[in-house]
Design a protein around this ligand. Sequence first.
Ligand SMILES: Cc1cc2nc3c(=O)[nH]c(=O)nc-3n(C[C@H](O)[C@H](O)[C@H](O)COP(=O)(O)O)c2cc1C
Ligand SMILES: Cc1ncc(COP(=O)(O)O)c(C=O)c1O
Length: 220
Amino acid sequence: MTFLEKIRCLFTFGQGVALSLPEFDDASDPIALFDTWFNDANKSGILLPEAVSVSTCSKDGQPSSRMVLMKSFDERGFVFYTNYGSRKSHELEDNQKVALLLHWNVLQRQVRIEGTVEKTTLEESANYFNSRDRGSKVGAWASKQSQQLTHPNELKERVKQFEQEFSGKDVPHPEFWGGWRVKPHYMEFWQGRTSRLHDRLCFEKNDQTNNDWQTFKLHP
Ligand SMILES: Cc1cc2nc3c(=O)[nH]c(=O)nc-3n(C[C@H](O)[C@H](O)[C@H](O)COP(=O)(O)O)c2cc1C
Ligand SMILES: Cc1ncc(COP(=O)(O)O)c(C=O)c1O
């Protein structure tokens, strides 16, 4: 992002577009467009541009959302890592349909993603886990994510327990911790415009086995 673009962002915040939109036609690839927008978000200085809301749905239809950090994306989908025993993971086991939401406020941009999940391979999860700092690795062992604490010091005590258990050794990758890959079938790029006359560029595909995206625009 150039200095001039940053200034434009500041001055147009909340009332108009700051960045130009790329050409949009039937040949457009939403992953390439996401890549461009994600780069813009990274360059804009936004804190945690990779923070994304993940919405899951329980068996009885109760939706729930929480933030995670998106650690990678490519043609295969968008990956985040978590505890496979957590609420979100249980819900994803039961119902693979998922929605992601990113909002880059200074850029007046929102991206909506809908799709289905699959687990990352054990190798992919282990590779990512091994890249984390030691404290977060121990933390992953200690946290019974989404379960109630049985007493106020339970988490602290478990951290101590695992620090002792792995003292002087590498912290191994726990099999209960790994990635979910969201395979998109709908993506929508929202760009804020003056007078709330925003752009909504949409991509949809009916067949997960190919890369044929249909494109259309929606009223704001
Ligand atoms: C900015 C941000 C990033 C987060 N990233 C992650 C993440 O990558 N993985 C994760 O398991 N939890 C992450 N969390 C915590 C989750 O929001 C959530 O509290 C936790 O995963 C438990 O959710 P669940 O009980 O619905 O499974 C993050 C929280 C915030 C605010
Ligand atoms: C519980 C939890 N797991 C994972 C993450 C994100 O992954 P990492 O710690 O590897 O950056 C976060 C980030 O806030 C988190 O809170």
